[in-house]
Each structure stands twice: as C-alpha cells, then as structure tokens.
Ligand binder design. Structure first.
Ligand code: 3PG
Length: 317
C-alpha cells in the first residue's frame, strides 16, 4: 500500500514500512499540496511539523486514507475527532522518546542551576564572569512534576540520582503508584508551585491544561525557583512568564516548546534568565529510531487489518 511521510523520519522506520511491502514516499509538502495529494495514499506518517487538520483528514477520507501515524507522543497536530468520524485510526508512539525528553529536561535543569548558557555566552564575548556565576546544587532540592506519566516518571528517576526530592501533580495517577516511583503526590498544582525549587511540566496541551501555569500560579513560586517546559506550548502563559522573569519574581526558566512554533520575535529572546531550545526534546538518534519504528509498526498493523497497540482515537472509531 502507499504510505506518505511528510516529516523527517529515521531510516529504520522507513525500512519497517518497506519490509511490510509498502510503497513509501517522503515529501515535506506544504499544507495545500498535502490536501491535494493525501487521497492518493493509504497512510500518512508525520511528526509535529505537519498539521493533519480537518481539511487534510477529510481530503484523505474522500480518497484512500486508512491510518494516520504520529511518530511521537503528542497528537495535538492531528484532528482526532474528524479522523474518528471517518473511522480513520490515529496511531502514535507514546514510549519512543521517554528517555530523550527526560534527559533534555535535566539538561535544562543543570543549565539553569549552573548558568551554563550564560557562562558560554560571556566567555565567547571575551569575559571571565566567574564571580557572578555562582550556581546551585541539585542535591537536597525539590523537583515538582506537573504530569507523572512515562516522561514525568523517568525524569523523577533521574532526579533521584541527583539527590532530589520529587513531588508530583497528576489527577490520573494514584498516590500508591506515584510512591512506587518515589514521587510524593500532591493534589493541587498550587502545591507544586509553592513547594518546588524546580518545576517541570510533562503534560499534553488540551483544553484542561491550557495555561495551567498562569500568572496566579507563577506568583506562588519561590523567587529562587526555576520553571522548565519540554512538554507542550500553551500549558504555560508565556506573557505571564515573561513578566515574572523580567521583574525577577522567579529565578529563571527553560523552554523547549512554545505557544506558537517557531516563536517569531518573542520578548523572551531579550532575557538572560531564560534558556530556549527549538522543540528538540525527542530529537535524538535513539528517540527518533524508537518513535519512528514503533509508529511504523502501528501503521503496518492497521494496513494489515490488525488491531494497533497505540491508537489515540480508538473510542471514536
Ligand atoms: C512528541 O510529541 O513526541 C514530541 O513533542 C516530539 O515531536 P517531534 O517528533 O515533532 O520532534
């Protein structure tokens, strides 16, 4: 069958599709071309760049489209409901990038606590800013997790190695299950904000989590605390974050994800107490191989008439 890939994908994932006998086309086409072309294909495989919006899914449904595969975790770039309405399964790879995203989170935590990005910037300007670059140890500090699914749990595991205490907010995970991962459950986001030295988000962006970290929540943070988001833009109110950083209400922040991607001309670019990366959480060799091959296997299953393991709109089909 014909599979269209419209985002950069690991070669190993392409091979999984080819070995199953599929005819694979790779073309990073724009939105309009995708609407025109999608109906010719049995499957669409994407990352977060391609937006499988209503028009794309409907055009696919009018043609041959049988499955949409997201080689990653987040499916906010796919119109799940419309796909469900047309009985098109949306499959993903929820476990592929767990280590990659958690490791980037820790990269950001360390960068913030030891001023690594600012130290690099000043060194390259010919400055020796040693006196102003006093950092903090992680040992004994509290990491607050908003979301304790696969990535949150893995982040907690890394935090333990650094001697940190971990608290977690997640309405879907019981106190007992969090305890198994050495996470102390709290019932309100506000408790995470008040008690933590480092706060890291590991949640999707859905209506219930939109601006879950807003001005009020940020105002509850310790002035010495740091906020890290390697999950999804839109979960933090960027304007409120900018104001807090600019006015020294919190110590710093690190973002890998944004309300708008790429975030053209963000006022955050002016600040030295924020570290920014361009949505690279899952962008490792290993993460891409795992996410791509898991997703390709799901596509193969659907195209072979079998039940996929990871289908996000199963209930709607
Ligand atoms: C995900 O949801 O898996 C991550 O945000 C990675 O997205 P990407 O595959 O587009 O890099």
């Amino acid at each position: 069958m014909k599979v269209l890939i419209t985002d950069k994908m690991a070669e190993e994932a392409v091979q999984v599709l080819k070995k199953a006998g599929h005819d694979v086309t790779y073309n990073e086409m724009d939105a309009l071309t995708l609407v025109k072309e999608i109906g010719k294909y049995d499957a669409l495989m994407i990352r977060s760049r391609t937006k499988a919006v209503k028009e794309v899914v409907e055009a696919g449904a009018k043609g041959n489209l049988k499955v949409i595969g997201r080689a990653g975790i987040g499916v906010d770039n796919v119109d799940i409901e419309i796909a469900g309405k047309h009985k098109i399964p949306v499959v993903n790879a929820p476990t592929g990038a767990t280590a990659s995203v958690a490791e980037l989170t820790f990269g950001h935590i360390l960068t913030l606590s030891r001023n690594i990005a600012y130290a690099d910037k000043t060194m390259k300007k010919g400055e020796w800013a040693k006196k102003t670059l006093k950092g903090f140890e992680l040992d004994g500090k509290t990491l607050g997790l908003i979301g304790t699914g696969n990535i949150g749990k893995y982040t907690a595991k890394l935090a333990k190695c650094f001697g940190m205490k971990v608290i977690g907010y997640d309405p879907f995970i019981s106190k007992e299950n969090m305890k198994k991962d050495s996470i102390e459950k709290v019932d309100e986001v506000a408790q995470i904000m008040e008690k933590s030295d480092y706060i890291s988000l590991h949640i999707p962006h859905i209506p219930a989590t939109h601006h879950i970290v807003n001005e009020e929540m940020i105002s509850k943070m310790k002035p010495s605390a740091y906020l890290i988001n390697c999950a999804r833009g839109g979960t933090i109110d960027e304007k409120a974050l900018y104001n807090a950083l600019k006015n020294g209400k919190i110590a710093g922040a690190a973002l890998d994800v944004y309300e708008k991607e790429p975030p053209e001309k963000s006022p955050l670019f002016e600040l030295d107490n924020v570290v920014l990366t361009p949505h690279i959480g899952a962008n490792t060799k290993e993460g891409q191989i795992k996410a791509g091959t898991i997703c390709a296997e799901q596509i193969n299953k659907v195209l072979a008439g079998k039940k996929p393991d990871y289908c996000v709109n199963r209930k709607l089909l």
